[in-house]
Write a protein of this length. Structure first.
Length: 439
């Protein structure tokens, strides 16, 4: 057994008995009350999932296995001293629960490089889709097309014992993650560069190879994509892409099916598509004001106009967070260090000064602070990745790290089919008011 895989099994298998013991001995213990308001507003805050990879604290932000983003930027291995941590290291941490050594990270890089071959029929599926289709449509279809390669599916059909489901799932996950940069870059070059594709370089790291295949070989773009892949990798289990991947996986669908389902959720405007909305809104504002360097007063007036029209300010607010998203802060620090006098980034910083007080003054917005989407597009744009309709695909490549690490753990724990109860609206009315009349 390959040593990363073996290390995961040795570490995580200790939790199997704990999972079963808690379910058996404490299955009746009440851990929270569910209100009608929580159910009718999207089940927000209901403790309903086991997710070891990360946890989102409303007042602190994301922690990966207990480590904050600033801590990870210090502790995770990197290729050069002046650079960003490798996403492979974060995957190792989320999977195994320990900060890796540099050799561990390089091992994963090499392993993914050997697994990165994409079957020709996957490219054929992409090429059969109209070139002007949304990048996420092509991305999701390509992931589904790779399901022909599922090792878990073959093992299941052969009658493998369920306690070994995790083993073939691990292989599927490692193959899928390894191939995503190739697929994403193929779609990028197909749509925006007339199908002039660039072959992978197996000597490069995972994010560096993605930059290379997209056509960006500078140190700066590779550094940015390493940061991007780390900060978008996971956001606990309740967000749409993570929960959907878990939910579909709970039916014992293979990793390709489960992740493709998660990606169709990521493509929604209230999830990963928001990074595109931010750039669209910024461009719309500049066009409306007839300037790409608006004053704070002009920005404030446009924000108020947006709110009057019943629209949201993209990149602001979060279902859980009640602070400035640490992922926003990390990107702002990156820009302060490496980017000088970029108009779009200056505009994002100006909005950060102006927007929160206006949003807070409405009395309707619980979190007036920026999230990760408020900054990511401006950074990508600065380094030449200007095609903002593609940004959600990059988000999807990154999100694979967390949701697929969790899928392996789901299979190791033997988590059951997820099947909550549902009731008609009249039932809730009766619980609240004692009558179901009028429904």
């Amino acid at each position: 057994m390959e040593y990363i895989k073996n290390r995961f099994f040795q570490k995580a298998s200790r939790c199997i008995s704990e999972y079963q013991r808690l379910k058996t001995e404490h299955g009746d213990k009440v851990i929270g009350q569910v209100t009608i308001g929580q159910v009718l507003s999207g089940m927000k805050g209901i403790p309903a999932l086991v997710t070891d990879t990360s946890k989102l604290d409303p007042n602190e932000g994301i922690r990966f296995r207990g480590h904050s983003l600033p801590e990870l930027r210090e502790k995770l291995p990197r290729l050069e001293e002046e650079g960003e941590p490798l996403p492979e290291g974060l995957f190792y941490l989320m999977l195994i629960g320990e900060i890796p050594e540099k050799d561990d990270v390089l091992n994963i890089s090499k392993d993914w490089a050997t697994r990165a071959y994409v079957p020709q029929h996957v490219f054929d599926v992409i090429d059969a889709i109209p070139r002007n289709s949304r990048p996420m449509t092509q991305f999701s279809a390509a992931i589904l097309a790779m399901a022909t390669e599922s090792i878990f599916q073959k093992a299941y059909r052969a009658g493998v014992n369920k306690k070994y489901y995790w083993d073939s799932t691990y292989e599927d996950v490692m193959n899928l993650i390894a191939r995503l940069p190739r697929i994403a870059a193929y779609i990028y070059r197909r749509i925006y560069h007339n199908g002039h594709h660039i072959e992978p370089n197996p000597q490069l790291d995972w994010a560096g190879n993605l930059a290379h295949m997209m056509g960006f070989d500078s140190v700066e773009v590779k550094r940015l994509l390493r940061l991007y892949m780390v900060i978008h990798a996971d956001h606990e289990g309740g967000n749409v892409s993570a929960h959907t991947t878990h939910l579909v996986g709970s039916a014992l669908s293979n990793a390709y099916y489960a992740f493709a389902a998660g990606m169709t959720g990521l493509a929604g405007p209230l999830h990963g598509y928001a990074n595109q909305d931010v750039i669209y809104w910024l461009n719309e504002m500049c066009d409306h004001l007839n300037t790409d360097e608006p004053t704070d007063a002009q920005i404030a007036a446009y924000i108020e106009k947006t709110l009057r029209e019943g629209r949201v300010v993209p990149g602001y607010g979060h279902a859980v967070l009640r602070i400035t998203d640490p992922r926003f802060t990390v990107q702002q620090e990156f820009a302060d260090k490496y980017v000088k006098n970029d108009k779009l980034i200056n505009l994002v910083n100006a909005i950060y000064r102006v927007a929160p007080p206006i949003l807070e003054s409405t009395g309707k917005i619980k979190n007036p602070w920026p999230n990760v989407d408020a900054y990511s597009g401006a950074l990508l744009n600065h380094y030449g990745i200007t095609e903002y309709t593609f940004y959600t695909v990059l988000f999807g490549v990154s999100r694979s790290l967390g949701v697929l690490a969790s899928l392996i753990q789901d299979r190791l724990y033997g988590m059951p089919l997820e099947r909550p109860s549902s009731f008609p609206l009249s039932w809730f009315k009766k619980q609240a008011e004692g009558t179901s009349e009028g429904c």
